[in-house]
Ligand binder design. Sequence first.
Ligand code: COA
Ligand code: MG
Length: 304
Amino acid sequence: MTVRPQRLRRSQLSVPGVSEKMILKASQSAADHVFLDLEDAVAPSAKAGARKTIVGALNGLDWGHKTRCVRINDVTTPWCFEDIIEVVEGAGRNLDTIMLTKATRAADVQFVDLLLGQLEAKLGLERPIGIEVLIEETKGLQNAEAIASSSPRLEALILGMGDYSASQQMNLRTIGANGEGYPGDVFHYPRFRVAMVARAAGLDPVDGPFANFRNEEAYERECRRALTLGFVGKWAIHPAQIAPALAVFSPTREDVARARNLAGAYAKAVAEGIGSVNVDGVMVDAASIRIISNTIRKADLIGM
Ligand code: COA
Ligand code: MG
């Protein structure tokens, strides 16, 4: 089994690949992950120029510990193969992952995987470039299992709610909007499915965009919904969305301290031959410890 790189994805910041100013700002931001966009945030006439801007930024800027990702156009467009070739030939050593848009089947991901393999061999790149996939078509959600097991390079499945809602012809006004006349979370099913399929395949589930960037309260609510279902983070389309996502997707210091205490108390009980214990009126057993160990793993990754 392949060992996937463990990366933080609490906040994944989207940056139009045409804007040197925004790219510089993104490189200096607190986001865990930045993806430089060649797809929807770049007009068709500007795509070729954006590739050059992105290569320059990957090679020229200090990205700190951030994951550096480029979002490419989907496999049905005339841009996909050249997006990959130009970016990897130009900046393959300074690139961590490629994000594939609008995947509908395993073969879409395998196209990217094969091309990356050829480029890595040609360029002598020793560190494999990972793939993150957007589930944002009804067909993609339908074929999510096949997509999730399509390549050992896969690291994350992202629910792209803007295109997804268009693909299903949902009646929503803004990208990622929720609660407009629907009793409950309108994205509950796709969120649950993406989280479940991603976890079963050992991938990170990531929640997509929320366009109304001035509405921090609603953004935070969407982060919490995603967190509860097991997502590791959410996109930011504006710097104002970075801090709220980092806060929601990080355990609190109290949570971590409690988790470590409980794990210690339980280990002691087990050593004495006891499998379930009463901690302040709540039963703690092996399953509780499994839940707690998720918090500890997250805290270790963050360095808490
Ligand atoms: N990444 C980095 N910097 C960004 C940014 C982003 N995604 N969005 C805004 N900024 C910068 C602005 O350049 C501005 O910088 P300044 O203070 O140095 O001038 C600052 O943050 C404040 O921006 P603001 O004036 O509030 O917004 P705006 O009108 O400049 O931009 C959007 C609004 C929506 C056009 C912009 O946020 C954007 O393009 N977001 C990304 C869109 C995208 O990637 N879509 C595809 C994925 S869904
Ligand atoms: Mg999209």
